[in-house]
Design a protein around this ligand. Structure first.
Ligand code: GLN
Length: 492
């Protein structure tokens, strides 16, 4: 079959169960596509054909013996931030270019238990810091919709791989938008779960109080399948919450759009820099939801101006602390011929980390230093609480909150945004992480250059089923999620 990459996860599951094709055939098909097309997209850092085919054969054998799960034999790509035993895990950094983890991240281990076949590891901004995937040591990933544009970031490799049909779905992580924004830039569905829903064990830390893994795929239905694998309590992550995970697939029709109250934050639609096409497409999608029975309610989120400064203190502060472990001694990059210990630390870190990572370590160290700690870090934590309260107040009168996922569509590669300009592009996503809430991106059309636009829906704590269900119903009534980039149409 030459069009296996067109099939949804449900169709893949049914096809495997009905012996229409084997996991080996499916895996070989994806590996062929990667070999043919990925040179243009550069979504993969590492492709693991031998391991993938061995896993595929094991999946086929399991199926023969009647022991298969729903996803046994379905391929996946993992963001290169999840540790994979025996396979290089780089976090997009020279610092970890030689790092082979001795264990699997919980998300990867759960994938193996579910029978997923790992095609390889996909590119990302260095240590997940960025919004374009250009800060990767391994070079920029391209947006499948326009190869001279970025796929977004930091999970740009995950987004580009799925959008080019080089993986049926992929894992991502979101510290301040890194699932939702690349999903938006690449025309995909991506879910950032409630903080604590998905285990962070073995997920290389950027900002621990914000980081959360989640699924990236074509549709809410496909995301629900991967969410069923990823979600759940984990003893090895002390912030993983012991609340039973839902069956997200079974719940795809659990929430009715009829009667759903969607909050429209006034402040969000008056942000300077909100692109006219993005605004128009998002408003059209809201109109569609209104036609489907939802009620649009204007709300206030008064803390909007505080999002960027608060996030860009807290995230770098936590990053500066987390990244102390990369010292050139225990693992990772070590400089040549250090003259003494200080030289070893200094040069290993200066040579091993790229400029954006170093910038954030500097900002974070400054904000945490004696004398500035109260003025910056403690203040930011207080504002963070106010941002959370602002959302909780809004949820007293609405069920979900709508926003763009990003103020613009994908930037051109090398558009040389200065760092602050890039940080401002995170305005719609970062508050969700500061508050620990779940949110989803759904594709809702294109701008004048045929680049995808995304709608973001933010839910209350633990409302992943509701978000997936609302987007699923929107996707039953529209076809934006079925659109393919020209490069994805290439057959092998
Ligand atoms: N763009 C944001 C940042 O650079 C978010 C990144 C992320 O979610 N990992 O911090």
């Amino acid at each position: 079959m030459t069009d296996l990459h067109r099939l949804s996860i449900r169709e893949l599951s049914e096809g495997l169960a009905g012996s229409k094709f084997s996991s080996r055939e499916l895996t070989e098909h994806y590996l062929k596509r990667i070999a043919k097309i990925d040179a243009q997209v550069q979504s993969y850092v590492t492709v693991t054909p031998e391991q993938a085919l061995a896993q595929a054969d094991a999946a086929d054998a399991l199926r023969q013996s009647g022991m298969a799960n729903v996803l046994t034999g379905v391929p996946v790509a993992h963001k290169d931030i999840f540790c994979t035993q025996g396979i290089k895990t780089t976090a997009g950094s020279k610092m970890l270019d030689n790092f082979i983890s001795p264990y699997d991240a919980t998300v990867v281990a759960k994938g193996k238990v579910a029978g997923l076949v790992t095609l390889g590891k996909v590119n990302m901004d260095e240590f997940a810091m960025g919004s374009t995937s250009e800060s990767s040591y391994f070079g920029a990933t391209k947006n499948p919709w326009a190869l001279d544009h970025v796929p977004g970031g930091s999970s740009g490799g995950s987004a580009a791989a799925v959008a080019a049909d080089l993986a049926p779905f992929a894992t991502g992580t979101d510290t301040g938008g890194s699932i939702r924004q690349p999903a938006s830039f690449c025309g995909l569905t991506g879910l950032k779960p409630t903080y604590g829903r998905v285990s962070r064990f073995g997920m290389i830390a950027y900002a621990s109080s914000l980081d959360q893994g989640g699924p990236m795929a074509r549709s809410a239905e496909d995301c629900a399948y991967l969410m069923n694998v990823m979600a759940g309590h984990d003893d090895r992550d002390s912030t993983s919450v012991n609340v039973a995970a839902d069956d997200y697939v079974a719940n795809l029709n659990s929430t009715s759009v009829k009667g759903l109250r969607i909050g429209i934050p006034k402040q969000y639609f008056n942000v300077a820099g909100l692109d006219a096409d993005v605004k128009a497409r998002v408003e059209e999608s809201l109109k569609k939801l209104e036609e489907m029975g939802a009620t649009l309610v204007e709300i206030d989120l008064n803390m909007t101006d505080a999002y960027v400064p608060t996030y860009y203190l807290i995230a770098p502060a936590e990053a500066s602390s987390n990244l102390q472990r990369f010292d050139g001694v225990r693992y990772g990059y070590r400089c040549e011929n250090p003259v003494d210990l200080t030289d070893l630390y200094k040069r290993s870190r200066s040579e091993g980390f790229g400029p954006e990572v170093q910038r954030r370590i500097l900002i974070g160290t400054y904000a945490l230093s004696a004398g500035y700690y109260d003025a910056y870090y403690v203040k930011a934590q207080k504002v963070r609480r106010l941002i959370q309260q602002d959302f909780l107040k809004a949820f007293e009168s609405v069920d979900v909150i709508a926003a763009p996922s990003a103020p613009t569509t994908a930037y051109k590669i090398g558009a040389s945004l200065d760092p602050v300009e890039m940080y401002l592009g995170d305005i719609y996503t970062i508050a969700v992480n500061l508050a620990g809430l779940p949110a989803i991106n759904a594709p809702v059309g294109f701008d004048k250059d045929q680049l995808p636009v995304g709608l973001q829906l933010i839910g209350n704590y633990w409302s992943e089923s509701q978000l997936l269900s609302v987007v699923h119903q929107y996707q039953q009534a529209t076809d934006w999620h079925t659109k393919r980039a020209a490069i994805a149409e290439e057959t092998v």
